[in-house]
Design a protein around this ligand. Structure first.
Ligand code: MN
Length: 242
């Protein structure tokens, strides 16, 4: 019974099979969309599986091309319990749209705040500082996915109530391991970001969170079963809060 708190089920070539396999393995999956338009189709992947939840997203890397979908985001928001992925990305490829990304992110956060807050899976590649500053004072619980910030930014994120979902790609770099060791154990969830994210050059599947659980077990010096229990407990805590 494992948790993938940031997966793009709709982007696998065989999404229904992947969802079915997750269900068979009793996995909890947060199935995040990259565009508001993908919401209706992606929600069908949940089927009758209570442990698969769909999150309404608007990926910062797609904001420039899909700007006209912003009203659709607002329209769907009342029925979406989870939001993601949203945020900003300042990597070279997307720097040109950074101002627009910020405008859209701000707008989405304002809508979420007005709607009483949501659990949100947040993308913050290369711009943790800017993302944190936008998140301040917004109702809801941000879960920073694939955190790339430094220790100071981590502390700030923890202080404003952020949670973190960590993936396989963070488990084989010594500097990200150091960051992970500084995250409170009760604010961590596991993720894969599959099929975008790869491990040993193959796309990740939700059940590959096992790689993360093993990594956490080494890092925390706890048995695998204890790590699983902790992360499961965290999910329960998070979903009771919001
Ligand atoms: Mn993602």
């Amino acid at each position: 019974m494992a948790i993938d708190f940031h997966a793009h089920l709709d982007l696998y070539p065989n999404p229904f099979e992947i969802a079915e396999e997750c269900a068979k393995r009793n996995m909890y999956v947060l199935s995040v969309t990259t565009t508001p338009k993908a919401w209706r189709g992606t929600i069908r992947l949940q089927g009758k599986h209570k442990r698969i939840k769909t999150a309404l997203g608007f990926h910062p890397q797609l904001v420039e091309k899909r700007f006209n979908e912003l009203p659709l985001f607002e329209q769907i928001l009342p029925e979406a319990r989870y939001i993601g992925e949203i945020g900003m990305d300042s990597s070279r490829e997307f720097k040109d749209s950074f101002a627009l990304q910020r405008k859209v992110f701000k707008h989405i956060l304002k809508c979420v705040d007005r709607a009483g807050g949501r659990i949100m899976s947040i993308h913050s590649r290369g711009c943790v500082k800017e993302v944190i500053s936008e998140l301040k004072g917004i109702a809801g619980i941000p879960v920073l996915h694939w955190f790339t910030g430094d220790q100071k930014q981590l502390k700030e994120a923890i202080d404003i109530g952020c949670w973190f979902s960590v993936g396989p790609a963070m488990m084989n770099r010594s500097n990200s391991l150091e960051i992970i060791s500084l995250i409170p154990k009760d604010r961590i969830l596991t993720e894969t970001d599959g099929p975008f994210a790869k491990f040993n050059s193959r796309p990740l599947f939700p059940w590959d969170v096992e790689i993360v659980l093993k990594g956490l077990s080494d890092l925390w010096k706890l048995k695998l079963v204890e790590v699983k229990e902790q992360v499961l407990q965290n999910l329960k805590e998070l979903t009771t809060k919001m």
